[in-house]
Design a protein around this ligand. Sequence first.
Ligand SMILES: *Cc1c(COP(=O)(O)O)cnc(C)c1O
Length: 410
Amino acid sequence: MTSVADETLAAISHVPNALGRFGRYGGRFVPETLMFALDELDTAYRGAIEDPAFMAEFHEILNEYVGRPSRLYFAQRLTAAAGGARIYLKREDLNHTGAHKINNAIGQALLTKRMGKQRIIAETGAGQHGVASATAAALFGLSCKVYMGVEDIRRQELNVFRMQAMGTEVYGVTSGSKTLKDATNEAMREWMSSVEHTHYIIGSVVGPHPFPRMTRDFQSVIGVETRQQCLDQIGRLPDVVTACVGGGSNAAGMFYPFVDDAEVELVGVEAGGRSLKAGDHAATLTYGQPGVLHGSYSYVLQDPDGQTADVHSVSAGLDYPGVGPEHSYWKDAKRVRYCNVSDDDALEAFHECGRLEGILPALETAHALVETMRVAAKRDKDDVVVLCFSGRGDKDCAEVARVMAAKKAK
Ligand SMILES: *Cc1c(COP(=O)(O)O)cnc(C)c1O
């Protein structure tokens, strides 16, 4: 018997190359001052994942504290409503803190301790990565500061309170569109001056090498478990696996262990926003061009001058103009199909999932649910579609209520 830890290690052995390139994407586009820190991080990371004691501690915390493995749940009433393939939910919403972000935060916080650092910083959009980082900081006795756009602070009041209650400082970012991109800029800027004693926990599969690989590896526990649960519960691999894509970490963690299974169709769902006009959406892989954002070469939504475009999504976690380099690689290789879903359709799926299953999805997850229902409807009753149910909807309730009231008033 191999353990989940062994399988995670086995699954992560091929891309990226030593320079952090996924084909033409990825790499490192950062000021000289960060190169040394990134080399140091890469060395520490490679040492850690080859150290059985590190991986054992990581998986022990995931099991005992986070509550893994998360369930693979057959959603009977969603299946009936779609009227086609069987729909299963990989319940990352049941993790401690309510989303997949905690997997990566625990991994990187453990690495912080291993590097002898006492302090972490993080950026956050929906607040879930901030909460996950604040949680890991409390668990390991690290000090923590989270950068968050003031627009997101407004949308995600509850998560701001949670972080502060766990002893984390939340810093309101007022530059640019005051959302995730700006929070990431600000956190990177701080890291350049504090790197000696501080680790920057990036919350998705973005940023300079080794972040995209490292975050994917820590999140791969999702796909490794799902693969095994499918074999145990349905006796074979699924036909389709879906996930929402903001920066792309829940999707990368889910997809990666299936990448070599050519018979498994992989579908990534981005934010279609309020329209497909520039500035109204965050569908980076459909409407972006290759470029550099936050230290990595990948698809980026850009204006005609090549400046990073403004984006919009009803869900703060998808409201990001970039995407992880491995997704760009999978897109060009046609290994993953990427599509997008509108704000309105996601809002409807949020309510439908609540009414049919008694489960409120995060608005991010609701985007992937819409495409899951569409895919299931077109498929045979014996087919299986697995949705990476990235998080729970509690954090979005106040914002959904506000948006629905504003719609009614129109
Ligand atoms: C942050 C978040 C996302 C988007 O981030 P990815 O890196 O694309 O996974 C999706 N779902 C939930 C619940 C989140 O909190």
